[in-house]
Design a protein around this ligand. Sequence first.
Ligand code: ATP
Ligand code: MG
Ligand code: MG
Length: 560
Amino acid sequence: MEHNSSNFIKSIIKEDLETGKRDYVYTRFPPEPNGYLHIGHAKSIVINFGLADDFNGKTNLRFDDTNPLKEDTEFVEAIKEDVAWLGYEWDGLFFASDYFEEMYNRALLLIKKGKAYVDDLTADEIRQYRGTLTEPGKESPYRNRSIEENIDLFERMRKGEFGNGEKVLRAKIDMASPNINLRDPVLYRVSHATHHNTGDTWCIYPMYAFAHPLEDAIEGITHSLCTTEFEDQRPLYNWVIEECEMEHKPQQIEFGRLGITNTVMSKRKLKQLVDEKFVDGWDDPRMPTISGLRRKGYTPEAIREFVKHTGVSKGSGLVDEAMLEHFVREDLKLKAPRTMGILKPLKVVITNYPEGQVEMLDAEINPEVPEMGMRQIPFSREIYIEQEDFMEDPPKKYFRLFPGNEVRLKHAYFIKCEDVIKDEEGNIVEIHCTYDPETKSGTGFTGRKVKGTIHWVEASQAIPAEFRLYEPLILDKQDVEDEDEDSEEDVEEEKTFLDYVNENSLEVLQGFVEPNMKEVKAHDKFQFFRHGYFNVDPRHSTDEKIVFNRIVSLKSSFKL
Ligand code: ATP
Ligand code: MG
Ligand code: MG
C-alpha cells in the first residue's frame, strides 16, 4: 500500500522488527457485530490488513462480541461479506466469546492476587464514586473484601445467583489515579441475556477494556491498532496484560478516526436510521456502510484507494465526501461502458425520417478505451430526449433544442426543431423535428457546425428504466463528534442528528435506456452520457424494468 509508506505506525513496526522487539507482525480487525461496517471501518481494515501485508504478517478477523444485548449473527455474516468484498483474506477467524472461559480464569487470577474485587455498588453509585478529572475518586465500601469472599461471590455471579446490575467485578488499581480509566474499572458485569454464540452458557460478561487486551494476547497480536478514543485506556490495557500474566504482550497503537462530511459514522446512529426507516436498510445506497456503498455502485478498489489517500495519523480526519466520489470516478473512468439513458423523457418525432424504418448506428463503448469495441444503437423516426434539453423560450446561451435551432444527436444526425405539440392544458407532449441525412455521425460532415450535442434513445425499442439519484443523507458536518460507544459510559444525546436528515436525499425518475442493455446484471456499471456513473441495483431491478442507482455525477470541482 504505497500511500502508507510514510505512516507513523509503519515506522513503529519497522523499528520493532529492526530492534528485535518483534520477529513477526500480527494485526487484527476487531469489529463488534452490532451493526454493519461503514467506511470508517474500511480505514481500520486497510490499515490492519495493509500493514500486515507490508511485512509478510498476518491479520485476524475477530468479532468483539462481549455484549449479548446488541450483537447478532446477521451482523457477523454481513461483516464477513464486507471484509472479503473489500479484497482482504483473514488468517484466523475468531470470536471474543471463544475465550470466555480463559477470561474468567484470568479474572479469578486477579482476585487471587488481590487485584480485583466484587462490588455491590450500583452503576450510578460507581459513577459517583469515580470522581472527576479534578477530584479523586472514593473507594467503594466493598473494596476490601477478603480474597475468599471475592472468589465465592465471583463464582456465584457466574452461577447466576445475582440479577443484572446487582454485582460487578472491578479491578483494584487506584481510585486517585489522574487517569479515570484506572479508578477501579469494571471488569465483569451480570447480564442475563442470550448470546449469539454462547447461548445461555454465561450470565456474566467481560467488559471491553478487560476483554480486548486478553483477546490480543491470546491470539499473539503484536500491534493492536485502534482509534484514538482508546488512548486513555492504554495504561489499563497494559495493566490487564501484566496483571493477568499473559505471556504474549501486544502493543496498542492509536490512529485517528475517519469522518466524512454530510453523513454520520457510528453504528448506533446508522442503526437508528435503519430502525426508524429513514432509509430502507443497512445497504440503502445513501448509507456510508460498505454494503450501502456497494449497492450504490462503489468498487472495492475505489474505497481502498480513497482510504489510503486519507492517510494514517493521530488526528481525526474529517474528509470531504467529494474526495470519496473522486476515487470512484477515477476507478470507473476506464472500466465502465458508456451508454445513453433518458431520465426525464420527451418524445421527438423526426417528421422527414421514413416511417417504419430503423437503422443501426455504431457507437464506441468507451472512447478512452478503444479495445472495448463498439455497440449498436437503433435510430428511427421517434426518439426520446431529456425534457431539459428542450426549451420553448430559451435564455441566451442555451445551445440545446428550441424552435428553429439545430443540435447534434450524439452518434446520429443533426436535427432541427420545427414544431412544438401541446395538449389542451398547454403542456408540451412532443417535439417535431427534421433531420439532415448528410450530417450522419462518423461520415466526416463539416458543412456546418452546431453548438449543442444532446443524447437520446430510440423510442420503439427503448427499455424502461428507473433512475435513482442520491443527495447527501445528512446535511451537516458533524462526524468528528461521533462519541465512543465502547467507553461504556452512558451515551448522552447531546444533539439529535436526525434533525439534519435531508428529506430530499432520494429522487426517483422513470425513463429509458438503449435496447442493448437488455442483458445487464446486478452491479453492472455504466457511464450514462452527461449523467454520470450508474450501477444496476441488485434488489429492485426486474425483468420489466432495470433500476439504476447513480453512483456519482460526472463533474466535480474536487482536486486532490
Ligand atoms: P462505531 O462507533 O461506528 O460502532 P466502533 O469503533 O464502535 O465504531 P467497532 O466495531 O468496535 O466499531 O470497530 C472495529 C474497529 O474499527 C475498531 O478498531 C475501531 O477503532 C475501527 N473504527 C471504527 N470506526 C472507525 C473510523 N471512523 N475510522 C477508523 N477506524 C474506525
Ligand atoms: Mg462500537
Ligand atoms: Mg469498538
